[in-house]
Design a protein around this ligand. Structure first.
Ligand code: SF4
Length: 390
């Protein structure tokens, strides 16, 4: 009998390695199997015992089905298991692939440290110290995927690789963890870059937490600006961070749009972000079960307004974000309404900004998130060149 397990990450766009598959690899190796990780439809000669496929966004289901069909035709009678976010959110749709569906987290696998030997060029340890969330935001898939908040581990040492340069947390609400101060203390001692990738809950930022967080190497603090009602809590969290020496350019707000707020309310949120001197990343709402990206249009928005904003992000923004650089801040401040604010610049303005970015800056970091709440910071070089306020 074949003693190896084939692990497949379908060909959808992601900057991250497939964490679930890396944990399954450790789990299978512990049971005596060998494992192999491939991307998409790879030429495989030896028949595996089982094939495990992962999935991500629901709208990225096609590459998942394509990979499953490919391996089904290559290896008849080899069981194929499909897990991950798409499979958990839309199990009935995922069943059409012909794979066995694994919904949610596999408890016996969860405790394993990811098998990073499968991704030797990857430089970060990814971990969840908790699952679930204390909140139940109606637009978010986390309550459905992970349920109630629970702390999973109280120390990170056993889950990181010391040769990695950074530590990436995928906790959905890490500040709610009863172990947060212990975790911060361990991070401080490790001295590596820290990425709270899923964002921080602005409601939970206290003076004590702000002081402790600011001692860590955090290139970017991310918060959600989902509703206008978050204004006070965000203002408070940002001011606490600033009092502790964090610069505005190291704070990014994911500003939700195309949900309940109107375009004018969205403009107010962007103005708030600029007033606080932080980077604004517009986050388009998509239903958690959408099968085609960017097709949902909220009743408060029109297709034209969504197209307008998308164009403004491409032309006036950077990497999809609006950094608070002086000219943009001025434009947004002076605008009388949403259309005026996001009307793209005349060609000479655009060219001057584009040239600043293209000629003088080599940004390797990206600021896009991993999932609807899911990046890195803007480089100092870029920031200084385009004049972002602190
Ligand atoms: S959006 Fe954030 S705070 Fe709200 S339920 Fe999802 S993870 Fe929790």
């Amino acid at each position: 009998m074949s003693k190896y397990i084939l692990l497949v990450q379908p060909k959808y766009h992601t900057r991250f390695p497939p964490l679930g598959l890396l944990k399954i690899s450790s789990y299978m190796k512990n049971k005596g199997y060998k494992t192999k990780l491939v991307y998409g439809e790879a030429p495989i000669k030896r028949k595996p015992k089982e094939i495990w496929v992962t999935s991500l966004y629901t709208y990225a289901w096609k590459p998942v089905h394509r990979a499953i069909k490919y391996y089904q035709s290559k290896f008849q009678n080899v069981p194929i298991k499909l897990g991950g976010i798409y499979a958990s959110l839309l199990p009935n749709h995922a069943k059409n692939s012909g794979a066995e569906i694994i919904e949610g987290i596999i408890p016996e696998v969860e405790k394993y440290k990811p098998d990073y030997s499968l991704v030797p060029n990857w430089d970060g340890s990814i971990l969840f110290t908790s699952r679930g969330c204390i909140n139940k935001c109606p637009f978010c898939a986390v309550p459905k995927l992970e349920g109630k908040f629970r702390s999973e581990i109280d120390s990170i040492y056993d889950y990181i690789e010391l040769f990695h340069k950074r530590i990436i947390f995928w906790d959905n609400n890490i500040l709610a963890s009863p172990n947060i101060f212990k975790i911060i203390d361990e991070l401080y001692k490790l001295g590596k870059k820290v990425d709270f990738n899923q964002g921080l809950d602005s409601r939970l930022i206290t003076n004590e937490l702000g002081e402790n967080l600011s001692k860590l190497k955090i290139p970017l603090y991310r918060f959600g600006y989902d509703s206008s009602s978050y204004k006070k809590r965000l203002e408070n969290a940002i001011s606490i961070l600033k009092e502790n020496g964090v610069r505005g350019r190291n704070v990014l707000l994911y500003v939700l749009f195309n949900y309940k707020d109107t375009p004018e309310k969205f403009l107010e949120k962007v103005r708030d972000a600029f007033k606080w001197g932080v980077v604004c990343y517009p986050m388009r709402y998509q239903p958690t079960d959408c099968l085609k990206k960017n097709t949902f249009i909220s009743k408060n928005w029109t297709k034209e307004e969504l197209d307008y904003l998308a164009r403004a992000r491409r032309v006036m923004g950077y990497g999809g974000a609006f950094p608070p650089y002086n000219r943009l801040v001025e434009k947004i401040e002076k605008a009388n309404n949403f259309n005026e604010a996001f009307e793209v610049w005349p060609i000479n303005w655009r060219e001057s900004i584009k040239n600043t970015i293209l000629n003088k800056n080599k940004i390797s970091n990206q600021i896009r998130p991993r999932n609807p709440k899911f990046g890195n910071s803007l480089s100092d070089d870029f920031i200084s060149k385009i004049g972002i306020k602190n």
